[in-house]
Design a protein around this ligand. Structure first.
Ligand SMILES: O=C[C@H](O)COP(=O)(O)O
Length: 254
């Protein structure tokens, strides 16, 4: 069975002390994960080492960076490379979150480069895609998100794409309290799996985890995650509260 993943994206929230406290509180729950389940904490850069230390020895718990440079190394002040992240034991990086696309003008082409750097370093890219509200209102969301995949992932080999995790996040549902309906999430994620199947083969597409993101919370996680093509969630706001995120982890399919 595909990996079922609860990924917390803390974004630019929490002080160091608050972040450490939140991890302590969550990990104290001792939530046992099935072999196909994973929990990933995408934390701000200065907290990566601390978070790594806290999840050390906990099976199927991982720490992710929220971004990386599109350059391999060199004179890029303020940037952090995939190789640097990999050298401190980071095995997952969120790539192309809609906030990066919108506020930092990250294009599909730049994101393709970041995906390549991740895969070359043996790091799992959590590749984000999703449409803004006007595209949804025009009912052209399937083509829009398909193009994001085509331009950032279609150059990969079958072996490479099998290592990618995809997160579908309709932008109009992020931080708005407005969740895509279970049917809307399933329809898009089924579409994306078909797009992947047509390009890479059904077996490959069947093995790729596709997460849903956008106002996931304890109250809706069971229903959203129950859909056949939804393999867990990329969770923003609700991942900042221990009780909420605990319930979201427990909502993962086994
Ligand atoms: O990365 C997470 C998504 O942007 C969703 O954020 P949200 O759960 O606060 O809507």
């Amino acid at each position: 069975m595909r990996k079922q993943i609860a990924a917390a994206n803390w974004k630019m929230n929490l002080s160091y002390q608050q972040a450490a406290g939140l991890l302590d509180e969550l990990l104290a729950q001792q939530i046992e994960l099935a072999p196909n389940q994973e929990v990933i904490f995408a934390v701000p850069f200065p907290y990566l080492a601390m978070a790594k230390e806290k999840v050390a020895g906990k099976t199927n718990y991982f720490v992710a960076a929220q971004n990386c440079s599109d350059k391999k190394s060199g004179a890029y002040t303020g940037e952090t490379s995939v190789e640097q992240l990999q050298s401190i034991g980071i095995g997952h990086i969120v790539i192309g979150h809609s906030e990066r696309r919108e506020y930092y003008n990250e294009s599909n082409a730049v994101l393709a480069t970041k995906v390549d750097l991740c895969l070359a370093a043996g790091v799992t890219p959590i590749f984000c895609c999703g449409e803004p509200l006007p595209i949804r209102e025009a009912e052209t969301q399937n083509a829009f998100v398909q193009q994001q995949l085509e331009e950032s992932l279609f150059h990969l080999t079958v072996e490479q794409v099998s290592k990618v995790v995809i997160a579908y996040e309709p932008i109009w549902a992020i931080g708005t309290g407005k969740t895509a309906s279970t049917q809307q999430a399933q329809d898009m994620q089924q579409h994306l799996r078909k797009v992947l199947a047509d390009k890479f083969g059904a077996d490959v597409a069947d093995g790729i985890s596709i997460l849903y993101g956008g106002s996931v919370k304890a109250a809706n996680a069971v229903e959203i995650f129950a859909s056949p093509d939804v393999d867990g969630g990329l969770v923003g706001g609700a991942s900042l509260q221990a009780a909420e995120f605990t319930a979201i982890i427990q909502a993962l399919k086994k």
